[in-house]
Design a protein around this ligand. Structure first.
Ligand SMILES: C[S@@+](CC[C@H](N)C(=O)[O-])C[C@H]1O[C@@H](n2cnc3c(N)ncnc32)[C@H](O)[C@@H]1O
Length: 242
């Protein structure tokens, strides 16, 4: 029987197909490299279950007054790592459910002594609902969320009504939602969902850049899809200015 993912000789193989996973191709995913235990992640890794709202942003960032962007499901943290360097006048929080990925991404931030980005290990939906006040975020990013192919698992998807409503509530007027996926059905159903539950404007077209180096992609999953010539569906929404 074909299954969405399986472990094989240390390499995770995943079935990838836009419409029908049973005819998908097998795409290798490298095992996560070990994190050097001498890296001190204490300033860059926070565990959601250890925190309680309201959060004091000054515990997370050198300058908590900077505009704030949140990524839900950061994986290995390419977006958080690159954006915090490219946009030093903004703060970034990556929320990642899988602890080992949160640790990996935080270690990269810690190694570079990044002062404007941190990782939170935990559920991004809970973080958005319980820890983020209304009208505080400049952007929310959701890149290549797990598709949960089976109908009975769809409720586990990140892009669901409760999150979309929280995104609209927590964005400042003019703030943006970035949602990219390689799964056409997930893309189409989310683009139908958003206008039915909130007033975010969009979708606006997002053009793909031509990568100038090996890691010049928004995320690791975008890199994988493009290197395998798989389609990427990109959308951008904005909270209207009142
Ligand atoms: C398919 S990966 C994509 C990772 C990354 N965004 C990228 O594009 O390379 C989806 C990630 O979302 C994480 N995730 C799933 N549900 C989540 C949730 N509720 N909160 C935070 N992260 C979540 C998973 O652990 C996984 O690392």
């Amino acid at each position: 029987m074909l299954v969405p993912s399986m472990l094989f000789q240390g390499i995770r193989l995943e079935l990838i197909d836009d419409n029908f996973p049973s005819v998908g191709i097998l795409m290798g995913r490298r095992a996560l490299p070990k994190v050097n235990p001498s890296i001190n992640t204490s300033g860059h890794l926070f565990v959601l279950d250890d925190l309680s709202p309201p959060l004091d942003w000054s515990c997370l960032f050198k300058d908590p007054s900077l505009p704030l962007e949140i990524e839900i499901g950061s994986g290995k943290g390419l977006f958080i790592n690159t954006s915090s360097v490219e946009v030093p006048d903004r703060n970034f929080i990556g929320v990642e459910l899988a602890k080992r990925y949160a640790v990996f991404a935080a270690a990269r931030l810690a190694r570079k002594k990044t002062e404007n980005a941190v990782m939170i290990s935990g559920d991004g939906l809970r973080f958005m609902a319980e820890f983020v006040a209304a009208n505080t975020l400049d952007a929310v990013h959701v890149y290549f969320p797990d598709p949960w192919w089976k109908e009975r698992h769809r409720k586990r998807r990140v892009m669901k009504e409760s999150l979309v409503v929280d995104v609209e509530r927590t964005l400042k007027p003019g703030g943006t939602l970035h949602f990219w996926t390689d799964v056409k059905e997930y893309f189409d159903s989310t683009l139908e969902l958003i206008p039915s539950v909130c007033d975010l404007a969009g979708p606006y077209e997002v053009k793909a850049n031509a990568p100038s180096h090996n890691l010049d992609y928004r995320t690791h999953f975008e890199r994988r899809m493009r290197l395998h010539d798989k389609p990427v569906y990109r959308s951008l929404f904005k909270k209207p200015c009142v």
